[in-house]
Write a protein that binds this ligand. Structure first.
Ligand code: PEP
Length: 249
């Protein structure tokens, strides 16, 4: 049985003071939630402060990106070793916004995953098709390529895959639970081809306009193990409700 995994991706939102304010309210509100892995990914500048506040709690810290080298002349980059040092348990790799704006391809994603693993950090690897690819009937072809190239020779341990249809991110258009289930089952099937019995160790979570209103039906899907949440993770009340999916507040 995989433990449900719910992660907040704050993207380029919240100052250090906003982060502190959020966590002061959020941590006590979820302290009794033991059946879910809860993760928060604030911007880099808030990681150190957040790590202090999260120490000894049931909320883990993640970064939104990392470079694939350990150190050196890479101005502006942050290495997985630095993230581990500051207290990150996870890093998000290959988010569609990084693929779109920073030209990250499956080869770069694969190098970044391997570098994070070498530094002892878990990864949340994002895959998913564009609208034109879905409309052109190429969803499975795209997912297959992203899995085969991006996730090549990766240890399943501490590897979370976020299926994020790009057309559903930040648009308010969530995939139906049938679409999510179909894609997740496909991903699990491809992982079985690559990893045999160990495919069951991968947590596969859904991302794309998850809200308190749709989280319950998404989490009820057999192959949906959790959620990666952008917009609805910025407010304490809505993210708390998502973390407590299935429960009437
Ligand atoms: C995301 O950024 O990974 C995401 C899913 O965003 P949103 O929930 O806002 O669609």
């Amino acid at each position: 049985m995989r433990k449900p995994f719910i992660a907040a991706n704050w993207k380029m939102n919240k100052t250090t003071a906003d982060t502190r304010e959020f966590l002061e309210k959020f941590i006590p509100g979820v302290k009794d939630v033991t059946a879910v892995d809860i993760v928060i990914a604030p911007p880099f500048i808030s990681l150190a402060g957040a790590a202090e506040m999260l120490r000894g709690t049931n909320v883990a810290l993640a970064a939104q990106n990392a470079f694939y080298e350990e150190k050196g002349a890479y101005t502006g980059e942050i290495s997985p070793l630095m993230l581990s040092d500051v207290g990150c348990r996870y890093v998000i790799i290959g988010h569609s916004e990084r693929r779109q704006y920073f030209f990250e391809d499956d080869g770069i994603v694969n190098r970044k995953i391997k570098a994070a693993k070498k530094a002892g950090i878990g990864v949340i690897v994002c895959i998913g098709e564009l609208l034109a690819e879905r409309e052109g009937g190429r969803t499975f072809e795209v997912l297959e390529r992203q899995i085969e190239k991006g996730l090549r020779e990766i240890d399943p341990d501490n590897t979370v895959i976020a299926y994020e249809p790009v057309w559903a991110i930040g648009t308010g258009k969530t995939a139906t639970h049938e679409q999510a289930q179909e894609a997740h089952a496909f991903i699990r099937g491809r992982l079985s081809v690559l990893y045999g019995n160990r495919a069951g160790e991968f947590c596969i979570i859904y991302g794309g306009s998850v809200t308190p209103d749709n989280v319950d039906s998404l989490m009820a899907c057999e192959d949906v193990d959790g959620a990666l949440v952008g917009g609805a993770s910025l407010k304490v009340e809505s993210f708390t409700r998502i973390v407590k999916f299935g429960k009437v507040q």
